[in-house]
Design a protein around this ligand. Structure first.
Ligand SMILES: Nc1ncnc2c1ncn2[C@@H]1O[C@H](COP(=O)(O)OP(=O)(O)OP(=O)(O)O)[C@@H](O)[C@H]1O
Ligand SMILES: [Mg+2]
Length: 330
């Protein structure tokens, strides 16, 4: 049985109809703080009065419930995917934080390792039917297609990086993989473009294409329309960066480095730095104790930073929605 054949509530409706803001928190490397960031975003959004569903989309190592201090969970995504329950609302369990519900991952699911693209999109659409202002996906480490496809589906694409050089390389690698996954999907089975994309993604080292600029020129030589489409994909890719475990002043440059490299090699102009989260001993201690206290402790520097970060995102998105409403359309 294919576990990803979904239940009847999976209607074809767009997120906009429910006004659910979709967030995905990714980043190539394990242990950079994706789960801690997801949890804090969810916590502060809920504290500010929003209805939030946090989804443990780390299919290999679901752990958000323990970070929330919940030892046992009644339902997980498995129950929905295997049709034990017929709606995602039934597996979105209440957490100790008012306004915040959690969907636990499905690490035990066989067959989920390689679901078809359409099935993943169906699952995402089903998630957008949840009654929530915000849906936050905590993604697993790595750049497998599942992770990238969930990341690409969401409006708020948050990449978590840490300042060490190797981690930066890894973070850039994740962003590049995500962008190229979007490009690959858009030009799938185009036999004239495939070899060019392979040259740009290191699959043909004899004749590499080093930058997105060069790739765009190569596309234009095949057909101006392809180059135009490529530029659209790139300009629609709005990335948000969070630099985590920042210890020294010079660590604060990490996100700027990523932004510059994304601009130079990927032509990405829309990279927003959301914040620098300091290294905070309390996080480690609380994680070890399975206590979510680090989020609520107002003396914790990371809590303050997360609070400010969420506040400014909400303000910015409210402003732009308001702007969209008053800007007359052509
Ligand atoms: N700002 C921080 N200050 C101190 N420690 C932190 C901070 N952020 C995360 N940590 C520590 O790093 C550990 C890993 O964090 P987390 O589980 O969020 O990483 P992850 O990227 O989700 O990892 P995985 O890829 O394995 O899911 C946490 O258990 C915590 O101890
Ligand atoms: Mg994690």
């Amino acid at each position: 049985m294919n576990v990803l054949q979904l239940s009847p509530d999976t209607k074809q409706q767009s997120p906009e109809e429910f006004n659910t803001r979709l967030w995905a928190v990714g980043g190539g490397k394990g242990g950079v703080g994706k789960s801690i960031v997801s949890l804090n975003l969810a916590y502060w959004l809920a504290k500010l009065g929003h209805k939030v569903v946090l989804v443990d989309a780390d299919l290999g190592g679901a752990n958000l419930h323990t970070l929330l201090g919940m030892k046992f969970v009644q339902h997980t995504l498995s129950d929905y995917l295997s049709k034990k329950v017929d709606s995602l609302d039934k597996i979105a369990i209440d957490t100790p934080v008012p306004g915040l519900r959690l969907i636990c991952g499905a690490s035990d699911i066989v067959g989920l390792a390689n679901p078809k693209y359409a099935q993943k999109m169906k699952l995402m659409r089903a998630m957008t039917l949840l009654k929530a202002d915000h849906l936050i996906l905590d993604l697993g480490a790595g750049t497998d297609y599942n992770t990238l496809d969930f990341f690409l589906y969401c409006t708020y694409k948050v990449a978590v990086i840490t300042p060490q050089p190797t981690a930066l390389q890894n973070g850039y690698g994740f962003i590049k993989s995500a962008l190229y996954r979007a490009i690959n999907r858009a030009f799938e089975r185009n036999l004239r473009l495939e070899p060019l994309i392979k040259r740009a993604t290191g699959q043909n080292l004899n004749d590499p294409i080093a930058t997105m600029e060069e790739l765009t020129e190569a596309f234009a030589e095949v057909d101006e329309g392809y180059a135009k489409r490529l530029k659209e994909i790139i300009s629609n890719f709005h990335l948000y960066l969070i630099s985590n475990m920042v210890k020294k002043d010079k660590d604060r440059k990490a996100a700027e480095i990523i932004r510059t490299v994304c601009q130079k090699y990927l032509n990405l102009d829309q990279v927003t730095l959301l914040g620098n989260i300091p290294y905070d001993n309390q996080i480690e201690e609380c994680v070890a104790r399975m206590s979510p206290a680090f989020m609520t402790n107002t003396k914790s520097q990371s809590a303050l930073e997360f609070y400010q970060l969420v506040n400014s995102v909400i303000k910015e998105s409210n402003d732009s929605e308001r702007g969209n409403r008053i800007t007359p359309t052509a």
